[in-house]
Structure formats: structure tokens, C-alpha cells
Design a binder for this molecule. Structure first.
Ligand SMILES: C[S@@+](CC[C@H](N)C(=O)[O-])C[C@H]1O[C@@H](n2cnc3c(N)ncnc32)[C@H](O)[C@@H]1O
Length: 221
């Protein structure tokens, strides 16, 4: 099926709360596991979590890689507020800083980052090239920054998208199931991502399918 874009910023209060309360244990622990499998857990210095939402990945990452400070940026005020609550509840205020801001363009309190992590942002952006502009903007370009991006794979059909929603979030609130469906329909396919990387001059990065609904892009920048 053709891609159906969805709104870029998740700034509706109810939507942000439902997203923050959703059970992302399986995909988010997989995210951190796949990162450490590729890059280890001895990441020091500063890490940017681009489009951090309510900071669930920022928190998991900070707990897994104890030597780093995570900077999470999101353009949604409710997401950042919920993220700050989560960070406070985990006692991680000294290791996670959250910023309300649009990417690229938001300044973070770090001269150079040693990792750029991105989960489920690409399919929200109005132009895919914006994702690769973000990567080029924040990564130092000296081969010292680990890039790890994970996103959904657009299914072959709307029927298949509905089946995936039922299989993985059948018992979640309706608002969340709708969001998941729209995200699947807005997502890219791995061959499209390879083309985006080639257009952006980043085709040395690896694209890997890691589940029936996720791919990752990784490499050093
Ligand atoms: C599906 S959520 C993913 C949140 C988080 N990464 C996670 O995995 O839980 C996508 C997030 O990207 C944010 N977003 C979209 N476009 C953005 C942009 N240009 N700059 C900053 N945040 C953006 C949205 O507001 C939303 O919170």
C-alpha cells in the first residue's frame, strides 16, 4: 500500500498520556538490547535521543549505559512534561535532560555527542530527508558517534496493518490502537530507507530488519 502520512507532532494531551502509559516493554527493551549488541554499553559522554516522547527510551538507555548523559528533545510540550515526570520518578534528573524543541535546530547542552538514538521519529516527519538532516546536524562526522535508529515497517496492506495492531496492542486503549495503525500506514519500507540514505550520502549505514514490524539503521558517523 501507499504511505499515508500522519501528523508530525504528538501534542494532544490525551494522545500523549495514552502513549506514555502504553506498555512498550517489548519494543523498547529490544531497542536498548540491539543497541548494546552492536555498540556495547560503555557509551560515555553525551547521547541525543531525538524525538524522545515521554522519555521511556531515554530512561532505559541511561540505565543500561551508565557512563552517559542523555539529552532528549521533543517538539511536543505534553510529551516533555510526561518525560520529566518519568525521569524524576526514576531519580535520573542528573543524567537525563529533556528539552522542548523542534529538530533539527534545537540546541542541547553538549559540544559533541557519542551516540544518536532515534525511535519512531522518521515516520512522523513531513519529509524523510529531514531525518537525515537531523543526523548530519548533530553527529560530529568524525566516525566517533554511534547512530542507532529504529522504526516501523509499513505493512503490505491495510488488512495486514490491522492484524499487526490486534496482535501487538489488542488490549490497549482505542486511542493507542488508532495511533499504532496510523503509524504503520505512515512508516517506510526498508528499500525506501536505503534509497533515502543513498540520496543523503549516508549509504554506508546499515539497514536491518529486526522483527516482523521493525527495521534499524546503524553505523558510526
Ligand atoms: C512515536 S513518538 C516516539 C517517541 C519516543 N521516541 C518513543 O519511542 O517512545 C514520535 C515523537 O516525535 C516527536 N516529533 C515529531 N517531529 C519532531 C521534530 N521535528 N522535532 C522534535 N520532535 C518531533 C513527536 O512529538 C513524538 O513525541
Amino acid at each position: 500500500m501507499e504511505r499515508i502520512p500522519e501528523p508530525e507532532i504528538m501534542d494532544d494531551e490525551e494522545q500523549a498520556r495514552a502513549y506514555s502509559e502504553a506498555d512498550f516493554e517489548a519494543p523498547h527493551s529490544m531497542f536498548v538490547h540491539l543497541f548494546t549488541e552492536r555498540f556495547g554499553d560503555e557509551i560515555n559522554g553525551h547521547v541525543l535521543d531525538a524525538g524522545c516522547g515521554p522519555a521511556d527510551i531515554s530512561v532505559r538507555f541511561a540505565l543500561a549505559c551508565k557512563g552517559c548523559t542523555v539529552h532528549g528533545v521533543d517538539a511536543s510540550k505534553p510529551m516533555i512534561r510526561l518525560g520529566r515526570e518519568r525521569v524524576r520518578s526514576k531519580g535520573l534528573e542528573d543524567r537525563i535532560r529533556l528539552y522542548h524543541g523542534y529538530l533539527p535546530g534545537t540546541a542541547i547542552e553538549a559540544e559533541e555527542i557519542s551516540a544518536l538514538i532515534v525511535n519512531s521519529l522518521l515516520h512522523h516527519l513531513p519529509q524523510a530527508s529531514q531525518m537525515w538532516d537531523i543526523v548530519r546536524h548533530y553527529a560530529p562526522g568524525t566516525g566517533s558517534c554511534a547512530l542507532f535508529l529504529m522504526d516501523l515497517i509499513r505493512p503490505e496492506s491495510k488488512t495486514q496493518a490491522r492484524e499487526i495492531v490486534e496482535k501487538y496492542s489488542g488490549s490497549e486503549p482505542e486511542v493507542l490502537k488508532k495511533d499504532f495503525y496510523h503509524s504503520l500506514c505512515a512508516a517506510y519500507r526498508p528499500d525506501e530507507v536505503r534509497q533515502q540514505l543513498s540520496d543523503a550520502g549516508l549509504d554506508f549505514l546499515n539497514v536491518e530488519v529486526v522483527s516482523d514490524r521493525h527495521f534499524v539503521v546503524h553505523g558510526m558517523l
